[in-house]
Design a protein around this ligand. Structure first.
Ligand code: KIV
Ligand code: NA
Length: 266
């Protein structure tokens, strides 16, 4: 069976079907989500925080995203794999964006790329789409701008900010984006943006009115340590489960219970 494509995503919006997206950073986890029927996986630059041990997404490089995207593509059969363009890989302009997006398509085999920004990134979106690379946009809270935002505040509050978000959404749709992530936006505004667009909105902290929902997989599975944003729902307590397994293994090694007879060769 073939992979899901951006045409299937467009058809889902026409039919009014909601769909889920998760992040993935390695082949094995991606394979689990593929078999679970998740149609779209994002190799997000959230790998900076969740996989590589950085304090934000800002340090993530093209080499890192390319390597992990290739792993996610190898680990999946059905899912559409979308790779983030990391900070500094598209801000110089459309030519730089095309060079780096092309690398993700050719070297990693992804089916689409994602970049942050509405009006400010419309020229990049337009060139990539004209070159045959599907683009998912990302507006509202754009974590690569953490230093400008001074943290991760909710976006689109107040009439002026709401109008700017609507303009950003329409700009990326006009530029040819096949979908747009809305991050940390009031639910009523996200619903309004969703009604105003013919491309799907993918919400994260943007309420139930979006066409799709995305979560960072380590948040969704309860593997992320420390505080997680209030929009996260933990469907599993993986940090506790995995920690418990590691402790049990350690105790059995120290106590001599592992390996047992059935784990030994004779
Ligand atoms: O990098 C990421 O995980 C993302 C999603 C949260 C949308 O951009
Ligand atoms: Na991201």
């Amino acid at each position: 069976s073939r992979r899901i494509t951006v045409r299937d995503i467009a058809a889902a919006k026409r039919r009014g079907e909601k769909w889920p997206m998760l992040t993935a950073y390695d082949a094995m986890t991606a394979g689990v989500f593929d078999e679970a029927g998740i149609p779209v996986l994002l190799v997000g630059d959230s790998m900076g925080n969740c996989h590589l041990g950085y304090e934000s997404t800002v340090p993530v490089t093209m080499d890192e995203i390319t390597m992990l995207s290739a792993a996610v593509v190898r680990g999946t059969k059905r899912t559409l794999v979308v790779a983030d363009l990391p900070f500094g890989s598209y801000q110089e302009g459309p030519a730089q964006a095309l060079r780096n997006a092309t690398r993700l398509v050719k070297e990693a085999g992804v089916g689409a790329v994602k970049l942050e920004g509405g009006e400010r990134s419309a020229h990049q979106v337009e060139l990539l789409v004209s070159a045959g690379i599907p683009v998912m946009a990302h507006i509202g809270l754009t974590p690569q701008s953490v230093n400008a935002f001074g943290g991760y505040p909710v976006q689109g509050r107040g009439e002026e900010a709401a109008q700017q978000l609507l303009r950003d959404a329409k700009a990326v749709q006009h530029a040819g984006a096949f979908a747009v992530v809305l991050e940390a936006v009031p639910a009523a505004l996200a619903a309004e943006v969703t009604r105003a667009l013919h491309i799907p909105t993918v919400g994260i902290g943007a309420g139930p009115g979006c066409d799709a929902q995305v979560l960072v997989w380590t948040d969704m599975a309860g593997l992320t340590g420390g505080r997680v944003p209030r929009f996260v729902k933990k469907y599993l307590q993986l940090r506790d489960l995995l920690g418990g397994a590691a402790q049990e293994f350690a105790e059995e090694v120290v106590g001599g219970a592992f390996p047992a007879e059935e784990h030994s060769f004779h």
